[in-house]
Structures are given as structure tokens and as C-alpha cells.
Design a binder for this molecule. Structure first.
Ligand SMILES: [Zn+2]
Length: 454
């Protein structure tokens, strides 16, 4: 938003008016006529039994597969040679007869994935393309409303009610990049929301961020893990306290949240972190309940678990939301560790439990013997003195670690990082540690733990 000339050159009160007006339009669309009914529906389905959820999924899958094979050219061509009678197939079992698809298929399919049966206007969007080429997808209004109803359900689990104050730190360009002193936030009156910039976080700006949050006193903070995590780590390393009194929960999403980060955020802000996992393709969603457990939301989509290394599984999802551009058996590329199948959550919901969300398959570096190594958060095990760090690889024989140090960073920190790296990656690759003031964000304000260019 701050990229527009008019916005950048307006006083703060006018910027806040523009933010509120735009946000009001956006909520009219996202929470339009169908939203209320959908929200009510999914507040019921969260309490359904396993059997009822299964029946619901089976019905949805039947409808989506049938509509795809009749109305979507891509599936018509792909499924026709399979010679299946879609009216008689029993779902979810029959899903296994259909092929898996991935990002490359969607990119190649282009408009042939769009249904010929019109469901009203379509809204197009694309991924930011920070890793690989961007992926373009279209969705209808019902899909946008339904997605939003699910996000609201998660906010409710975190303790938010409609109209409550909330804070938002999710990469919106609300403060011009050239601005060098606070306020690094704007008030969005239409949504009763304090919006804070993800791009201006630094050790020197941290006290004013914390102060503005406490003064606004939100009930829930919605944030990228890296944005709220930066503040939390800074608070713990300097002994600063959060002085707001209404905060019930922090909802993180859009980046992988490590266990260490989660604990730091909870201890710095004194409330629970509700991590939400979703993706742009909208084929799987994982929410966090009041008991702090991750639930795979089986009223959102149908998810299959594709076995990967080390007892982990890749999520393969079929979305229920978007009949205008359905994705069936779509490989998300994200890994999870499910909880044992018979484990139940004390919150009383029947949604399956996920032990850990591991994150992207492609967050990895390459070794000269051809191996690809992911889950590099192990390198930071037992390491103190780091506010945040990024691993970059531009050559096969070297990785560079950019580190924003806290006051406790010392020689021992370096030694532990070096020995962790040798233990995990072997002697064939050198680790160079560079201390920096801040780590650049991607175009949409996200933090990347690993950037591999080889
Ligand atoms: Zn639960």
C-alpha cells in the first residue's frame, strides 16, 4: 500500500483513513453475505464425531471429483483414460485411483484448471515467487468467504470475539521504507486493529514497538512468527516486560514456527501461541486449539499423508472451498509428524492431531555429494546469543550464516555453531558466520531461514 505516491506523501492521519477505507472494502468482500452462514456452519462442525466428519468428507469428495471431471478441462483430459464411473465411486477410498498433482502441473495446466461452470466472478492471485516461479490461482467469492470463516474460527479459539482489539504484524507495507523513526505502525479503525510494520524491526526500534502494543492493548496479536519472535527474543535477552493487560493469545502463521521460537514467544508475552498452518493453494489447514494441540481440520479439506523420510509425512490435499479451480490430490510439499492415530485431545474435538509441523521440503541446502539437507534448525540447538539467523548458500562448499547477535553472543556461540554444523553436515562444507544488524525480508515481509541458490 505504501508503494503508492499519494500514500507515501500523506500525513499519518490520512494514511490511517486510507488503510481503514481499504480494509473496510476488503472485509465487505471477505465477510460478505455467505460468510455468516459459513461461520455458523463450521462452529457446528468443529464438534462433529469422527464418523460424521468422515461422511461429510466423502460427500464433498464425491461432489468435487464429479464436478471436476464434468466441468474442468484439465481433469476431463487427465481422468478420461482412467475409465472410471464417477457416479459409483466410493470416496475417500476411490481417491487413490486418481493421480497426484503438484505445483508444476498446476503451472503447466494454466486456465485449463478453471471450471467451465461459472460460480460468479473470479479473483486471481499468485504466490510471491521468492522460491521458484510464482504460482497463479483463481478463486470464487464463496472460497474467499469460507477461508475467512476458518481463520475466524481459529481467532475464536485464541480468545478473540468480533469487535475486540487486535494487533497485526504480517508484512503489510503500511510504513514507507524510508521512514527512520517511529511510529512504525498505523491504526486501522475499520477493524479495530493496530497494524505494525514487519520491515522496521531492529534492536533500537524494539522498545517503541513494545510500547505501542501495550498502549493499544490487543486481545489477540496476529503475526508472522519471525516478526513477533524477533520482539520476544529481544525482550528475553534484555529482560523487558510486556505491559498490556488484555492479551489472550498470539496467532502465528505463514512461516514455520520452531518449538524454540514458540516457547520464547509464550514466555515473553505470557500467553499461548496458536499456530495456524495453511497455504495459498487452500488444500490443507491445521489449527491450534485451546489445549495447545495442532488439529488437522478435516472439515476444511481432505488430507492424505504421503510417507517421507524419518517417520514424517508430506501433506497431499483436496480442497473443499473452491469449485471454480479445484485442486485434487495436490502435493503441498510440507512435512508433518502426525500424533499416534488413537490419541485424542482433551478439548473434545475429533480432528486428527499433528505432533509437529516441520515445514517446507525445499528449505534445505545442498552438499557436494548430491545430498540435500533440510531441517537446519538443529544447527541452533543449545546455542545462546542469537536474536535471529539466516543460512545462505551460494556455493556448494560453503554456507554463510547471517546472525543478528544478542548481548550474550560470544566465542562459545561461534564454537557451538561450528561444531553443530560439522556434526550435521560433515567436513565437506565450511560455515562462515557473519554478524549483521538485521536480516532482509522477502517482498511480502516474510522471513526465510534458508536461502539456497545452488
Ligand atoms: Zn484440541
Amino acid at each position: 500500500m505504501s508503494s503508492s505516491f499519494a500514500y507515501r506523501h500523506s500525513p499519518i492521519w490520512a494514511q490511517e483513513l486510507l488503510i481503514s477505507a481499504k480494509s473496510s472494502l476488503r472485509s465487505t468482500m471477505r465477510e460478505g453475505r455467505a460468510f455468516g452462514a459459513m461461520a455458523a456452519e463450521i462452529h457446528k462442525s468443529e464438534w462433529w464425531s469422527e464418523r460424521r466428519l468422515r461422511a461429510f468428507q466423502s460427500e464433498k469428495l464425491q461432489m468435487i471429483a464429479q464436478s471436476a471431471v464434468s466441468n474442468v478441462p484439465y481433469y476431463r483430459n487427465k481422468y478420461r483414460p482412467l475409465d472410471l464411473d464417477f457416479e459409483k465411486l466410493e470416496f475417500p477410498e476411490a481417491l487413490a485411483k486418481l493421480p497426484l498433482i503438484g505445483k508444476a502441473d498446476v503451472r503447466a495446466a494454466g486456465k485449463s484448471l478453471i471450471s467451465e461452470r461459472k460460480q460468479g466472478p473470479l479473483f486471481s492471485g499468485s504466490t510471491s515467487g521468492t522460491t521458484g516461479a510464482p504460482l497463479g490461482l483463481s478463486q470464487d467469492l464463496a472460497a474467499i468467504n469460507r477461508e475467512n470463516a476458518f481463520i475466524w474460527r481459529q481467532l475464536t479459539w485464541a480468545g478473540l470475539r468480533r469487535g475486540d482489539r487486535r494487533a497485526w504484524m504480517r508484512g503489510d507495507m503500511i510504513v514507507p521504507a524510508t521512514q527512520e523513526k517511529p511510529p512504525y505502525w498505523r491504526v486501522n479503525r475499520a477493524e479495530n486493529m493496530l497494524m505494525l510494520s514487519s520491515y522496521h524491526l531492529s534492536e533500537s526500534a524494539a522498545p517503541s514497538y513494545l510500547d505501542s502494543l501495550a498502549r493499544f492493548d490487543p486481545v489477540v496479536i496476529q503475526a508472522y512468527p519471525s516478526s513477533i519472535g524477533f520482539l520476544a527474543t529481544w525482550m528475553l535477552s534484555t529482560g523487558s516486560r510486556y505491559r498490556g493487560i488484555s492479551l489472550r493469545g498470539i496467532v502465528t502463521s505463514s512461516e514455520t514456527l520452531s518449538e524454540v521460537r514458540r516457547r520464547e514467544i509464550e514466555s515473553a508475552f505470557g500467553c499461548r501461541v496458536f499456530d495456524w498452518y495453511g497455504q495459498f493453494e487452500r488444500v490443507a489447514a491445521i489449527g491450534t486449539c485451546e489445549q495447545g494441540r495442532h488439529h488437522l481440520l478435516s472439515d476444511y479439506s481432505f488430507v492424505e499423508m504421503l510417507p517421507a523420510e524419518d517417520g514424517l509425512f508430506e501433506l497431499v490435499g483436496t480442497g473443499f472451498n473452491n469449485l471454480s479451480m479445484p485442486l485434487i490430490r495436490y502435493r503441498c510439499g510440507d512435512l508433518v509428524r502426525p500424533a499416534p492415530a488413537n490419541e485424542r485431545c482433551s478439548c473434545g474435538r475429533s480432528f486428527p492431531l499433528i505432533e509437529r509441523i516441520i515445514g517446507r521440503v525445499d528449505d534445505s541446502i545442498k552438499l557436494s555429494d548430491g545430498r540435500s539437507v533440510g531441517r537446519l534448525d538443529h544447527l541452533f540447538k543449545g546455542v545462546e546469543g542469537i536474536i535471529e539467523a539466516q543460512i545462505r548458500q551460494d556455493r556448494l562448499d560453503t554456507i554463510v550464516m547471517l546472525v543478528v547477535p544478542s548481548p550474550t553472543f560470544n566465542e562459545r556461540t561461534r564454537e557451538t555453531l561450528q561444531s553443530n554444523a560439522r556434526y550435521r553436515l560433515g567436513d565437506g562444507i565450511a560455515l562462515e558466520i557473519q554478524l549483521v544488524d538485521s536480516i532482509p525480508r522477502t517482498r511480502n515481509g516474510k522471513f526465510k531461514g534458508v536461502v539456497c541458490n545452488v
